[in-house]
Ligand binder design. Sequence first.
Ligand code: ADP
Length: 251
Amino acid sequence: RAHMARGLPKQKPIVGVKEVIVVASGKGGVGKSTTAVNLALGLMANDQSKTVGLLDADVYGPSIPKLMNLKGNPELTELSLQVYSVFFSMSMGFLVEDTAPIVWRGLMVMSAIEKLLRQVDWGSLDYLVIDMPPGTGDVQLSITQNIPIAGAVIVSTPQDIALLDARRGAEMFRKVNVPVLGLVQNMSVFQCPKCSHQTHIFGSDGVKELACALGVEVLGDIPLHLKIRETSDKGQPMVVSCPDSPEVIVS
Ligand code: ADP
């Protein structure tokens, strides 16, 4: 621990990967995976010459295969290549049946993460986006200690309980010297499709206030929108299926 506090963890880059960006959240269900997928696709949309990979490190609840409509065994990382050119992805979801429970002790989880990081042939990537498990546990800590990370994007709803955990997440990254690139506010407003009335279901500006308190940027503010849920469930994320939609932020 003293070793870590001094900011000297033994980090080893992933072969072929230039920059690692982690997408994290304090708690589950706030839109972390949805953001990670769309961030990876957004990075590609922004500059087609960039190669981008996506690693689903949410070992207990892998959702990237469903979000990207990918199936198959690990050899089929090329499958994603066919779906979105130069897009590589890897997830525990490729390795276990959809309905199989993942009942692992901590050490097994670490070993799985280590394999996903080091034993996947990522090729040459400009960016590897890692969809972290929610919270601030062993897996998150071990990832931040094992590989150099360019920055963390933290996703939260404006609800107090989510913000409290998001703040813990931000503090954890700071402790291990990972720069917090900014916060993404998700599900802040719902606009009724019939009468256009806007409702702030989880509160309105909580993430903005937290960003201010932490001295970091708000990178995006995403409404609660039926199309976002539908496109995610279909495995055709917003950036790809509705690139011109106002909900899509590519900057
Ligand atoms: P997490 O990774 O934080 O657990 P997910 O990205 O899996 O969260 O999102 C949880 C659920 O909420 C998914 O069904 C997803 O499609 C949906 N969802 C996420 N963000 C939005 C949004 N802005 N509008 C509508 N549905 C959303």
